[in-house]
Design a protein around this ligand. Structure first.
Ligand code: PFF
Ligand code: NA
Length: 456
């Protein structure tokens, strides 16, 4: 009916189903899979944590991913306008467009620290390639990471490089930028991951890793571990940040949202599990700690790479892979803001990229400084980086996801959502059931326990 629902120009659409799947998998597979997943799984005891994580992906993550993609596909615009026109279509309050605003802001803030961590990955490529770790003792490798964090200027340099690479791709638009990059980079990423798993298998400790990851020991899993698994399931699928909404808006009407979303979730899960299978055998082979925390891949792994045959080559490959994963997610984090600036403010893509990029860059300084000169600027005992991460991963993403779920479940008309999801089938009924009841209840329980109203 309204012009907003009429679709985008071909240049602003994915040309094939698989391009959307690869771009959305690019958004999903990122630092969350390769940096965060192995260390949080390690810290929370392995198998049981991973089982809960997989259940969260299947029962909550997939329906929420479908809901977010659905809003974008139906709205055919940036998150703010899409929410506004769908609210209008459903006869609901225009205030729902604030959910789109929340998504744009969340993605923007998240990118401001994402580029910093991605910068570490980029910095470790030349460092590893130069054979730095082969001549170092383990404590020195730990010190190297610490001293890397101590120097603001190189950190700013690396995160600026990440941002420039991101803008260079995103500035080219959907077909020429996002789609081409995803079609090239995602197959490479999975190839590198498989090579690294094969390499890890040569250490002879593959069985230990499989045991650690897939033999659940529920005594090792605490209530807070369950919450971490849940929060990570949302983070890893990029739910609630507007990224999947904007990518969904570039999807043409005849493509199945259910099938593509499931495929994206499968690829994201595969990437996390493969990263675990690439990392843990190496960790066990060298008698290192799987619960090594955020330093797991920047300290523990380099220690092992320094001693392993061909460690320089495969270590370099590892950090290239990590950088690629981080970059394809970074594209998706700024795209909602770019689309909003171009569609709503009438800017050119180039101008929007420069403006958005400058904002991110300024904000990223806060994260950079929180590791060195600003380490003492704390809020409730958290540095700027920790506070931002907590605010975004703990509150903004789940809140955004909750509101999107509620919107598709209770505000949009079931006829409309059924139409977008390919008809009123058993699968559709299951989706509706999960998104109406299970998703809101579980997220509300997390919020209540986070503010201390209930104990788990
Ligand atoms: N899913 C990404 C990761 O696992 O690293 C992070 C992310 C990207 C979260 C985009 C949210 C988002 F909108
Ligand atoms: Na992910």
């Amino acid at each position: 009916s309204s012009e907003s629902l009429s679709g985008r120009a071909p240049q602003q659409q994915w040309s094939t189903r698989i391009s959307f799947v690869l771009a959305a998998a690019g958004a999903a597979v990122g630092l969350g899979n390769i940096w965060k997943f192995p260390y949080v799984a390690g810290e929370n005891g392995g198998g049981a944590f991973i089982l809960v994580y997989l259940a969260c992906i299947a029962l909550l993550g997939v329906p929420m991913l479908m809901a977010e993609v659905l809003i974008g596909r139906r709205g055919q615009q940036n998150p703010v306008n899409s929410m506004a026109s769908l609210a209008q279509e459903a006869g609901a309050s225009p205030a729902w467009k604030n959910v789109g605003r929340l998504g744009v802001v969340t993605g923007f803030l998240l990118l401001s620290f994402y580029v910093v961590v991605a910068g570490w990955a980029l910095a470790y490529i030349p460092l590893t390639a130069a054979g730095t770790f082969t001549s170092m003792q383990p404590p020195q490798i730990g010190q190297l990471f610490d001293s890397h964090l101590q120097q603001p200027l190189p950190l700013v340099g690396w995160s600026t490089l990440v941002l420039l690479l991101t803008l260079g791709i995103v500035g080219r638009g959907v077909r020429q930028g996002l789609e081409k990059a995803a079609n090239l980079l995602m197959p490479l990423l999975f190839l590198f991951l498989l090579i690294l798993v094969g390499y890890a298998a040569t250490t002879g400790h593959f069985g230990d890793a499989v045991d650690f990851m897939f033999r659940p020991d529920f005594d090792k899993l605490s209530a807070s571990g369950v919450l971490i698994a849940l929060g990570h399931a949302f983070f890893t699928l990029s739910i609630g940040g507007g990224a999947m909404m904007i990518y969904g808006s570039y999807l043409s009407p005849q493509i199945s949202i259910a099938r593509t979303s499931i495929l994206v979730a499968v690829l994201d899960t595969a990437a996390a599990l493969l990263a675990g299978l690439a990392i843990f055998p190496i960790v066990f082979a060298y008698g290192l700690e799987p619960g090594g925390g955020p330093g797991l891949i920047f300290v523990t792994l380099p220690i092992a790479f320094g001693q392993m045959p061909f460690g320089t080559l495969f270590g370099t490959l590892f950090f290239v892979m990590l950088s690629v994963a981080a970059l394809t997610s970074a594209f998706s984090l700024i795209e909602p803001a770019i689309a909003w600036l171009t569609e709503k403010r009438g800017m050119s893509r180039l101008r929007a990229s420069v403006l958005g990029g400058s904002g991110i860059w300024l904000l990223s300084l806060g994260t950079v400084f929180s590791f060195n000169i600003g380490a003492d600027w704390t809020l409730a005992g958290k540095t700027f980086f920790e506070a931002l991460d907590y605010l975004i991963s703990g509150w903004m993403l789940p809140l955004g996801g909750l509101l999107m779920a509620l919107f598709t479940a209770w505000v949009m008309k079931p006829e409309t959502t059924a139409l977008e999801l390919g008809g009123d089938s058993a699968g559709y009924r299951l989706w509706l059931l999960l998104i109406r009841f299970l998703v809101p209840v579980v997220i509300l329980v997390i919020f209540l326990q986070a503010i201390g109203l209930i104990g788990l």
